[in-house]
Design a protein around this ligand. Structure first.
Ligand code: SF4
Ligand code: SF4
Length: 368
């Protein structure tokens, strides 16, 4: 196992952490076996949440006698001080411990929610009081999608860790938009959730047989994530012995990945022929670049995917991205140089044309 410092918490955590979101799907006996194996193999960071049904309870039962062998992180979804304090007490009881290393505000993913937790009487107050009383050690936050909220949280100085969704397809843009880098600059520990984009980045079962534990996409995704030195730990959800062994084996592999290995990984992901979270079809790998006409191909597709597949209130993100492009896709001369390089097999000039039509029409309607 390899260990990295979790930002300014100073804790040295295993690069592979145990994501406990799947524990409700297995029995107490199975959970006990899986969790104990994880510790035996060097994992020393376990992440759960008040909201993960009986996950905390199972961790408490399985590991109460090994509490000094791992760092424990949980989360509260309460937005007010009283609710959060109640949650902390419940978590301590269920986890059968008198101390939680990291308490995180769970899924604070809109500006409104952020203002709520940060205001007087908000949940952050409870976490600060719990830290003063020695019930918890450090304060963290988990955020999806809203990049502004991520920036605010990082720059606020209130949080020692941030949990973000990240994978090679970077569906929420945390690498592309500099969030990972910013978190590192501010000294936050970065915990990565959804490393397989919610289980979408795996080889199809037909090719894997029923076997779990030898999936080149899974191993590649974890290595890819750990190749970014802003990342402290990645927490794939685990519920099977084979998954624990497979994930831990990644820590023995060379990190960072070479550019060639990254390219091979994108080819494998591309071969899945899938559209991912938020309908994303382009992997944003950038291998199609440079285009001789200077078209920023991945950005056009990012705008198009956002416009097509995001909920209505976020659609304008796609339009804004498109409007800000210096070179628009209508200058494509259909040389098809890009197509030969695209691991996802996208017919780039055709899709560019489609994107331009749809987005130009939407922009026109907005202006009129
Ligand atoms: S086909 Fe169009 S987008 Fe692709 S490289 Fe040629 S000009 Fe650029
Ligand atoms: S169009 Fe293809 S090569 Fe270009 S960024 Fe998207 S997936 Fe990669």
């Amino acid at each position: 196992m390899r260990y990295r410092q979790l930002g300014k918490t100073g804790l040295r955590v295993s690069v592979i952490g145990f994501g406990a979101i799947k524990l409700p799907q297995i029995s107490v006996e199975e959970a006990t076996r899986v969790l104990n194996l994880a510790l035996d193999l060097g994992i020393n960071f376990i992440d759960t949440a008040r909201g993960y049904r009986d996950s905390e309870t199972k961790i408490g039962i399985a590991l109460k006698d090994r509490r000094d062998e791992f760092y424990l992180a949980t989360k509260t979804h309460s937005r007010d001080e009283d609710g959060a304090m109640k949650d902390i007490k419940t978590s301590l009881r269920e986890l059968q411990t008198d101390y939680i290393d990291i308490l995180q505000l769970h899924t604070v993913s809109s500006k409104e929610e952020y203002r709520k937790v940060m205001s007087p009487g908000g949940a952050l107050q409870a976490l600060k009081k719990a830290r003063q009383k020695g019930l918890i050690g450090h304060i963290g936050i988990t955020i999806h999608r809203d990049l502004d909220v991520m920036r605010w949280a990082i720059e606020s100085g209130e949080f020692e860790t941030i949990m973000l969704a990240y994978s090679p397809i970077d569906p929420e843009g945390v690498e592309r938009e500099g969030i990972l880098k910013l978190a590192k600059e501010y000294g936050l520990g970065v915990i990565i959730m959804k490393p397989l984009s919610g289980g979408q980045l795996v080889m199809p079962e037909t090719e894997m047989g029923k076997q779990v534990g030898n999936d080149p996409i899974v191993r590649g995704c974890l290595r890819y994530i750990l190749s970014n030195d802003a990342v402290s730990t990645v927490i794939p959800g685990m519920k099977r012995i084979e998954e624990v062994k497979e994930n831990v084996s990644v820590a023995e592999m060379p990190i960072p990945m070479t550019e060639e290995e990254k390219r091979d990984l994108f080819k494998l992901i591309g071969s899945l022929g899938k559209s991912f979270r938020y309908g994303q079809t382009c992997l944003r790998c950038g291998y199609c670049l440079p285009c001789p006409q200077g078209i920023p191909i991945p950005e056009v597709f990012r705008a198009y995917d956002a416009y097509l597949n995001y909920p209505d209130e976020v659609k304008e993100v796609g339009l804004k991205i498109y409007a800000s492009l210096e070179v628009k896709p209508d200058v494509c001369i259909e040389c098809r140089e890009c197509v030969t390089k695209c691991p996802a097999g996208i017919d780039i000039p055709t899709r560019l044309k489609e994107a331009a039509e749809v987005l130009e029409r939407a922009l026109g309607q907005l202006r009129s």
